[in-house]
Design a binder for this molecule. Structure first.
Ligand SMILES: [Ca+2]
Ligand SMILES: [Cu+2]
Length: 347
């Protein structure tokens, strides 16, 4: 089914029974504006053809749910901050107790900003293009002198996990699990490489904001965008969701583990609404002294490039420490419909 079919579920349809099988579209009308229905069901999560952390491809089942059509925008985040007074993680100087061994002069409020190096650099050294910039935060995405004026309909960035969570709670929504997010990104094309089919640029058309040219040094901008793009700049997927791939990575609730669980042969044992690993298993094995748990990011960003990071696919995933914010990570929310309870009412 496509999103066309989803839209036929208008509010005028008779209210579904609470016994409805949720491995279908969520019942009723969208609980908030600009949310679309994601079909529940069993699909192949992950991929055996790309990075090792995406393997093994394995079947999972997720119930249908509602998802924000777009990543959360600066405009929406500003409304949240105005109403709640929320202060984002990037605006607060780190507590030295949380970062043993860190030099005190390094403990300032800031966030990670990408800066294009002027020359060729070693692709193994991400510090050549990432700067922890004092004063970078959601209102000043490229440093204290920059603003979000004119970027109202661009995705909010420089949000740590708990900022995304706080927004979701305020909005009466939740953050998706990795399995839900990937189900949604596939847009009904089970097993396809990309959210739109088998080719990165079908008939030469760019379907997402990624990086063309040689990362991190030359951005050819063939898709029209040097950094982030408006959330509706590219065509939506089969469920009507925009920007699932590229532009900004999106937070999910799952703790990261470096591999997916094995495929279950028996249909009875396929995990239903899986929720990832335990927090303690998500620490970075490469930095054993750092005990900051990591969440799964999905979707890739405008910095994903063929020569460096081919993560502009639904199966791709990346571990992000919960205290980290950057200029290429945002989020979007969902609303779940629990079996046996009354479906959420309209806005
Ligand atoms: Ca681009
Ligand atoms: Cu990437």
């Amino acid at each position: 089914m496509t999103h066309i079919a989803a839209r036929e579920l208008t509010p005028r349809e008779p209210a579904p029974q609470p016994t409805l099988d949720l491995t279908s579209f969520p019942p009723g009308a969208a609980p908030f504006p600009a949310m679309v229905a994601v079909l529940g069901g069993t699909y192949r999560m992950g991929s055996d053809h790309h990075y090792p952390e995406e393997a093994p491809a394995h079947r999972v089942t997720v119930d249908g749910f509602w998802m924000d059509q777009y990543p959360v925008t600066n405009e929406e985040f500003a409304r949240f901050v105005e109403e709640t007074g929320h202060v984002t993680f990037a605006e607060i100087p780190p507590d030295p107790a949380d970062y043993p061994g860190a030099r005190p002069e390094m403990l300032y409020a800031g966030s990670l900003v990408f800066r294009k190096p002027a020359v060729h650099v070693d692709l193994r050294d991400a510090s050549r293009w990432w700067t922890f910039m004092r004063g970078a935060q959601w209102r000043h995405p490229y440093g204290p002198q920059t603003t979000i004026r004119g970027l109202e309909r661009y995705p909010v960035v420089h949000v740590a996990y708990r900022d995304a969570e706080a927004f979701a709670t305020w909005a009466g929504k939740e953050l998706p699990t990795e399995a839900e997010w990937e189900r949604a990104a596939r847009g009904g094309l089970d097993g396809a490489e990309y959210a739109w089919g088998e080719e990165l640029t079908p008939h030469g058309r760019h379907m997402a904001n990624t990086w063309q040219g040689e990362f991190p040094f030359k951005n050819a901008r063939a898709d029209g965008f040097d950094v982030t793009s408006p959330v509706d700049a590219f065509p939506p997927n089969g469920y009507g969701l925009s920007d699932m791939i590229g532009n900004v990575w999106e937070w999910t609730t799952d703790w990261y583990q470096p591999r997916h669980p094995a495929e279950r042969e028996k249909a009875c044992c396929i995990p239903r609404n899986p929720r990832g690993a335990r927090a303690e298993r998500s620490y970075d094995p490469g930095q054993p002294e750092v005990r900051i748990p990591r969440k799964v990011l999905k979707g890739g960003s405008h910095l994903c490039a063929p020569n460096y990071c081919r993560r502009y696919r639904p199966a791709a995933r990346f571990p992000e420490p919960v205290d980290t914010s950057t200029c290429h990570v945002g989020f979007r929310c969902i609303v779940r419909v629990t079996t046996g309870t009354t479906p959420p009412k309209g806005p």
